[in-house]
Design a protein. Structure first.
Length: 340
């Protein structure tokens, strides 16, 4: 039914449509660029089923225990524990200056890990080609290189180069504990992320091509771990959520838990205390973490239409009606340390 004009007469359909369009534009105009991009991505995901090119893969162990959200600072070892699994990170050092590269943290190392895992699965090779220009590599990660050409301190190009050094030079350690009657079993795996690397790029001129291509060669144990049981995700959603490390972590965890819930036919649940330990150690107050997590989940829901959450109070419940963001290429085991 058409809306009425001020004098009571019904509007023509074309006029009503123009009014609705104008109202929608007015609402859209109030959105931030990030909110507008999230809605645009949501529309594409709803309208266009994921293709092979949209598939990204996430390392399962780094979903169960995640990287730092903030810079841990100058400490010898950084740790995060989830249940019986602990991740430890030791930073690499510049052998010329003797200075530590520091710890990988924030969104960029997560985007790098998604890219590294996906490329390792695609190529089945430890050596990964990064390309002849920094701009093309940044585009693959969903980063903007245009603000890096001026050499600004906070440019994506500088941040990317810094976080690449932090991540690719780091040593990761996984430690698992399993209680048995009368004894405690401990399992450990130490590994370098990348054993070799060569970069020919300029962060001051990211668009400039290099004669030789840049590359990294993953550590043998790291390569085996990330390609054994990867978790599939939609790269479009990852790029839309890239402003928040917590949103990226929760998205990865939710698509993994959606697979487990769907396969078992039973809902999955984690309470806020468990979630705070799992994802939010940087938040001093659990209430702050809970507020941030709920905000992130609202964003995730817009780009993950097959995720179905329950109404159980006190945490996050994933219903068995959920589907993974992208169908897995093979069965993902639910136990820990299957790759050791």
């Amino acid at each position: 039914m058409s809306e009425a004009d001020d004098d009571g007469r019904p509007e023509a359909p074309a006029v009503a449509q123009l009014r609705a369009t104008a109202e929608a534009r007015a609402i859209t105009a109030k959105l931030t660029p990030a909110q507008r991009k999230l809605l645009d991505t949501s529309a594409r995901i709803f309208d266009e089923p994921a293709t092979k090119q949209d598939a990204a893969y996430l390392p399962r162990e780094l979903i169960q225990v995640t990287l730092p959200h903030k810079n841990p600072g100058d400490i010898p070892v950084w740790r995060r524990t989830n249940g019986n699994l602990t991740l430890g990170i030791q930073p690499g050092a510049n052998l010329t200056t003797g200075q530590s590269y520091g710890y990988p943290y924030g969104t960029i190392p997560r985007l790098l890990l998604f890219w590294v895992t996906t490329e390792a699965i695609r190529t089945k090779n430890r050596r990964l080609e990064l390309g002849h220009s920094l701009r093309s590599f940044m585009a693959a990660l969903g980063l903007n290189s245009s603000n890096g050409s001026s050499g600004a301190k906070r440019s994506d190009a500088r941040r990317l180069r810094d976080q690449m050094q932090r991540l690719f030079r780091a040593r990761l350690s996984f430690q698992g504990t399993h209680e048995r009657p009368g004894e405690l079993e401990e399992t450990r795996l130490d590994m370098l992320v990348a054993e070799k690397s060569q970069y020919w790029w300029s962060h001051k001129q990211p668009e400039q091509g290099a004669l030789w291509g840049s590359w990294i060669e993953l550590g043998e144990k790291f390569f085996a771990a990330i390609t054994a049981y990867p978790v599939p995700a939609d790269i479009r959603a990852l790029k839309a959520l890239k402003q928040s490390p917590l949103a990226l972590d929760l998205y990865a965890w939710l698509t993994y838990e959606a697979f487990r819930a769907h396969k078992s036919g039973k809902p999955r649940f984690e309470n806020w205390t468990q979630l705070h330990s799992h994802f939010g150690a940087e938040y001093a107050r659990p209430s702050d973490f809970r507020r941030k997590a709920k905000s992130s989940i609202r964003k995730i829901n817009t780009v993950y239409p097959s995720l179905k959450l329950g109404d159980r109070q006190g945490g996050i419940q994933i219903l068995p009606e959920s589907w993974p963001a992208i169908q897995p290429r093979s069965t993902i085991p639910t136990g820990l340390f299957r790759t050791l």
